[in-house]
Ligand binder design. Structure first.
Ligand SMILES: *Cc1c(COP(=O)(O)O)cnc(C)c1O
Length: 424
């Protein structure tokens, strides 16, 4: 993307856009929820569809002139159906949080009960946090991961469901490194006659590629973000059985949203088509292989990983064992200074504040998009170790920064024509 027209009319803004582009090019994006979309997705997202109102659904719009909007949305739905295999798909949620809102509004009344994973244990704000509308509208109780193993405490979840008698059980997480046993959670929900919402925001791409078990056909509702492992640009998606189709559609529009962001729906359509290619399956496999290699190398350096490893795209490092005097914030800031961008994170059994927690979370989706393999991820693990081990040592950091620069040059995000490289 070049910003010629923005530069002509608004140089200050163009500086910021170019600055961000260069930041992404010259640093290692290891925030587990981030990725780089293809040039085709970027182009679709900046299309003239940003001008178009298309309230309603294909063939039943409230405005004239929706011929092409219909085609775009139908393509997005068709491809999502092929990718994840659900009966019904709604591609209009503006993001993952709005997708969850669509499900809650459709199925719950204010005061109804949600059982979800503790935020500190890897849950998400939209699963009932007091700062989110869910925590303010519904009665929320939370299950946990087993403090010994770091795995979801499925047995505890089942018992908790029996005691609490929730209306909906939420699975799917933001900082959980292990494969989720959706069938087991479904059984716990069934036992108390609750709905089950599987929020696969982070792992949409892994599920689509078959490298993580799918909750589609298991859980009543499956929601996701479309900009994380699936690389389809910012947005959300809801999937469900035909019996809930009308309730979900009405809940998204007119229940929670107005006009859909049709330019983003176009981005979803393009990204979903890319994800249907055989290359995407190898991409998703490589994401997991890379996370395993990263995690194993971090362990060799003495770091503790929550759950002892990963089955997914992320690792969660608990710094308390290896570096008791280094908080997640200190690690995050020192790493950002050398061009490794990841985030501080709470860990199960957190003993510090969420603003300065004991862990860091690192993901491989974006690195894998720019071509990183296991060996490259091991080099990154070595750098993480060196920096976190000496966060105040300027010589160590200067060295690490040079190595990050070398890695970025070896695995460029853009080719010579300025196009995003393909991941295969
Ligand atoms: C990222 C995420 C979401 C949605 O986030 P948005 O930023 O609204 O797309 C929802 N649930 C989980 C578990 C997440 O990790």
């Amino acid at each position: 993307m070049n910003y010629e027209e923005v530069r002509r009319t608004d140089p200050a803004l163009a500086d910021a856009l170019e600055g961000e582009r260069e930041r992404q090019e010259d640093t290692l994006a290891m925030i587990a929820s981030e990725n780089h979309v293809s040039e085709a997705v970027l182009e679709a997202q900046s299309s003239e569809l940003t001008n178009k109102y298309a309230e309603g659904y294909p063939g039943e719009r409230y405005y004239a002139g929706c011929e092409y909007a219909d085609t775009v949305e139908e393509l997005a739905i068709e491809r999502a159906t092929e990718l994840w295999g659900a009966d019904h798909v709604n591609v209009q949620p503006h993001a993952g949080t709005q997708a969850n809102m669509g499900v809650y509004l459709a199925m719950l009344d204010p005061g109804d009960k949600i059982l979800s994973l503790e935020l500190e244990h890897g849950g998400h704000l939209s699963h009932g946090h007091p700062a989110n509308f869910t925590g303010q509208t519904y009665e929320v109780e939370q299950y946990e991961v087993d403090p010994e193993t770091g795995y979801i405490d499925y047995e505890g979840l089942r018992e908790h469901a029996e005691e609490f008698d929730p209306d909906i059980v939420v699975s799917g997480y933001s900082a959980y490194p292990r494969e989720v046993d959706f069938e087991r959670i479904q059984a716990a929900a069934d036992a108390v006659d609750a709905y089950h919402l599987a929020d696969i925001a982070h792992i949409t791409g892994l599920v689509a590629a078959g490298v993580h078990e799918s909750p589609v056909g298991v859980a009543d509702f499956v929601t996701g973000s479309t900009h994380k492992t699936i690389r389809a640009g910012r947005g959300g998606i809801i999937m469900c059985d035909e019996e809930y189709a009308d309730a979900i559609d009405a809940s998204v529009f007119p229940g929670a949203q107005g006009g859909p962001l049709m330019h983003n729906v176009a981005g979803k359509a393009v990204g979903f088509a890319e994800a249907l290619s055989p290359e995407f399956e190898s991409y998703a496999r490589q994401v997991v292989d890379n996370a395993e290699a990263l995690g194993a190398r971090l362990q060799e350096h003495g770091f503790s990983l929550v759950s002892g490893g990963t089955d997914t795209h992320l690792v969660l490092v608990d710094l308390r064992d290896s570096h008791p005097d280094t908080t997640g914030t200190v690690a995050e800031e020192a790493l950002e200074a050398v061009g490794i961008v990841l985030n501080k994170n709470t860990v199960p059994g957190e003993t510090r504040s969420p603003f300065d927690p004991s862990g860091i979370r690192a993901g491989t989706p974006a690195l894998t998009t720019r071509g990183f393999d296991e060996a490259a991820c091991e080099r990154v693990a070595d750098l993480i170790y060196r920096v976190v081990d000496s966060p105040d040592d300027e010589a160590v950091k200067a060295d690490a920064e040079a190595e990050v620069e070398a890695l970025c040059a070896e695995y460029p995000l853009y080719d010579r024509e300025g196009r995003l490289v393909d991941f295969e």
